[in-house]
Write a protein that binds this ligand. Structure first.
Ligand code: DI6
Ligand code: FE
Length: 409
């Protein structure tokens, strides 16, 4: 093993859930040493190499996990949808509100009207809240601009916030989220614009790492989604899909056909879709917050996904319409309580498997050589992370090697 002459940061007095292998990868009384933005050494403190450290953080029995990876969010938006929530409680459905020009399109109006600086201000607390519970990598989608400049504005805001808060932000163009008001009744014409103008512009600007679409009754058809995927392929960007959320459109199989990183939501996923995802290595991203907030009753086929060996990730889906949460830890709990994942599956789903859903091979487990993204929690065993709901035991994180702790140990 190549050890540096000095460690920049050394964490001691922690138990590790490395998530190496198929289990928790527990190392009691461990230590993590960091050089630059990489883990230089991780293991039992008794085996710590005798290398001096510039900065030492000595804990007293906290637990360290890989930094959380929130692989599906829409956290850059303006305004809120509290009044839509009230309407839904009085009986209106999400689909009805969308068809009347509310829902996603109401957030589009607010997001277009906000300046880039105003969007940064509105969105910062959301990214900070995710990071405050241990997230070190967060995917952020556009989809509330629905015109070229406003879509790029959202992506630029996401990147700015990532740089400011030292969270590794991955951006996804979601111009095929809804039909913008200017194109009402002309979904195909909007897809022409998305494919001919917005996807190429996003690729040229370097502001998008991937392309997503909403394939559903109130979103886009399978054929329209296919066209978006073809434009993404042409532009050299990987794809992912909001698939089978409200109905079965056979979207997951289409995503798999394009080698998608992930297919997300999946309550209505069919056996055919599962087989296609398994064959393509497409990750299933489960979003219990949206399931909960829409009071869905159709569960994603978790057992069938397990049997087929499809990797399962869990994410917040942070968005104003269907998952107005900024709590990744609450999602771990909901993934267990609502979807019957085990705490280990849920935590893996928000670390190593979520990293896989973003095709990031350098994070998601605690091991020398990986990015020094670490979350530290005041819990007495790692399953406690999924057991609790409503509290935040996170003491802080290392984000690319940089200690971010409210109170330095
Ligand atoms: N499915 C969702 O759950 C979010 N987008 C999507 O395609 C909801 C977005 C919103 O309602 O604002
Ligand atoms: Fe979403």
């Amino acid at each position: 093993m190549n050890l540096p002459a000095r460690f920049d940061v050394l964490l001691t007095g922690i138990h590790l859930a490395t998530l190496e292998g198929a289990d928790w990868g527990i190392v009691r009384d461990g230590a993590i040493a960091v050089t630059g933005d990489r883990i230089a050494w991780a293991g039992p403190e008794s085996g710590l190499p005798a290398v001096p450290a510039s900065r030492r953080l000595a804990f007293d029995g906290a637990w360290a996990t890989p930094g959380l990876v929130d692989c599906h969010t829409h956290l850059v938006y303006a305004g809120n949808r509290a009044s839509e929530f009230e309407r839904r409680l009085r009986g209106a459905t999400y689909e009805e509100i969308a068809r009347e020009g509310g829902g996603i399109v109401s957030t589009v109006r607010a997001t277009r009207a906000a300046s880039e600086d105003a969007l940064v201000e509105e969105s910062r607390p959301r990214l900070a809240a995710l990071a405050g519970e241990g997230a070190t990598t967060v995917e952020v989608k556009s989809g509330y601009g629905l015109e070229r400049t406003a879509e790029l504005k959202q992506l630029a805001v996401a990147r700015r916030l990532g740089a400011e808060l030292r969270v590794d932000v991955r951006t996804t163009l979601l111009a095929a989220h809804a039909v913008p008001p200017e194109y009402e009744g002309r979904a195909d014409a909007w897809i022409d614009t998305v494919c001919g103008d917005i996807v190429p512009a996003a690729a040229r600007s370097g502001l998008a790492d991937a392309v997503d679409a909403f394939c559903d009754r109130i979103g886009f058809t399978r054929d329209q989604t296919r066209r978006v995927f073809e434009a993404a392929r042409e532009a050299g960007l990987p794809v992912k899909l909001h698939a089978e959320q409200l109905s079965d459109q056979d979207g997951a199989a289409l995503a798999a056909e394009f080698g998608a990183l992930s297919a997300d939501h999946l309550e209505w996923l069919s056996p055919r879709g599962i087989g296609a995802m398994a064959a393509a290595g497409t990750v299933a991203v489960l979003l219990p917050g949206a399931y909960y907030a829409l009071r869905e009753t159709k569960l994603p086929p978790v057992d069938a996904l397990r049997r087929a060996g499809v990797p399962i990730a869990v994410s917040t889906d942070c968005n104003p319409g269907t998952s107005p949460t900024t709590s990744p830890l609450l999602m771990l709990n909901m993934a267990c309580t609502l979807f019957r994942l085990t705490p280990l599956e849920a935590v893996r789903g928000m670390t190593c498997v979520a990293a896989q859903a973003l095709r990031l091979r350098d994070r998601g487990v605690l091991r020398a050589g990986m990015r020094a993204d670490v979350a530290v929690y005041a819990v007495s065993e790692p399953a406690e992370l999924a057991w609790r709901f409503g509290g935040n035991p996170c003491l802080g994180t290392l984000r690319g090697g940089v200690p971010c702790f409210a109170v330095e140990p």
